[in-house]
Design a protein around this ligand. Sequence first.
Ligand SMILES: [Zn+2]
Length: 460
Amino acid sequence: MPALRNTASPQHGCATCYNTAMPSYVIAGAQVYHRGRFQLLEVRTDGPFISSVAPSVDRTGAIVIDAVGLHLFPGVIDTHVHFREPGRTHKEDLESGSRAAVAGGVTSYLEMPNTEPSATTQALIDQKLALAAQKSHANYGFFIGATPDNVKDLASAKRVCGIKIFMGSSTGNLLVDDPVALDRIFAGTPKDRVIAVHAECEALVRENTARLKGRTDFEVHSEVRNAEVAYRATKQAYELSQKHDHRLHVLHCSTARETEFFKPGHGIEHKRVTAEICPHYLLLNVRDYARLGTHVKMNPPIKTEADNRGLWQALHEGVIDCIATDHAPHTLEEKRQDIWKAPSGIPLIENSLALMLDCAARGLCSYEEIAHWMCEAPARVYRLKRKGFIEPNMDADLTLVETMEKREVRNEKQYTKVKWSPWHGQILQGWTKMTFVRGQKVFEHGKVNEAFKGHEIEYA
Ligand SMILES: [Zn+2]
């Protein structure tokens, strides 16, 4: 075997070296999501951008990818993840989380501030951005976390996708439940900066906890944080956004009832209030505790079958705008505690697209709707520059999918550091074959190309 002596090629994994030699690709033969529908088109990328989308594109100097029979989605954008770095990196870190992301077709993510320390100042945001620049395989953006007394930091923050408020407590110690402090945040921050809320009423959670603390069944978690808990907080957030004409995004809607505050339609740019859902609120309900126990404990909790139906309808009607995962990994050891002590949250980022593609295969939604909910709409909700669409001059973030492939979700095959999934053992139809991040093929046939790094997301 010859020794590694080729001096013409980079000997180290420096992203810059690879960027100077970025290939051009032509993806040919796929059904491409373009202007609202899947069509037989070719897509050419040059460097980090899409350069042409047409029935037939120039192939000069490009690597041609035969994608006959496949579907090409804009790269999936997951606007709600917890990658646990810094501070809780035994659960996940920016490298492992972003590895799971690209394996699941996710090319960009927005990460939440309840790390350790919580990301509540510009300095802590800058620290996360620097870490991600070194470690992340996908494009990245970060929320700044609200506390009762950091309005100045929230107002002046740069290079952030939005402000996150935990109106109800969850993992970490970020909590703003005092109405005066909440009003101060809505009054004192730029009106168009997205305030993203975890809407659960903390006072009612405490009341319910006191009342129900003798119970040991799993379902009690969904009664402590019941529909009324979500409704009260969503109502409060909605009223604050109306009072201050402030942009608001309600995270992880779990009940049909709280959607009464949102308007139907896909004109996201004209909405002051937008809303998100996660696949588990569509696909799981309290009956699943019997099978999955604390493995489906999250905040807000799964609710009823009627909520599943109501939330599907809200999503179809554009009352709920987008899908994100709330990827929130904890180890199996941590989950192996009673319902009160087990931490809340599930790993999901690498299976969210497959779960939704499987829904499409079962006739619950269309592939076009998935592209809207998981690619276009997230880019529009957070005004991400050059993301979410397959158009010339957009970033070449692309996800090539095989909609016919059936594969079983297996714990041991997961890329997330915690190596488990609530969907372990389930066969899903529709999987990512190839993922491009800014024109670089970062994932192909089960392998992540570690040399490639994502870029910081920019906001319009
Ligand atoms: Zn979350």
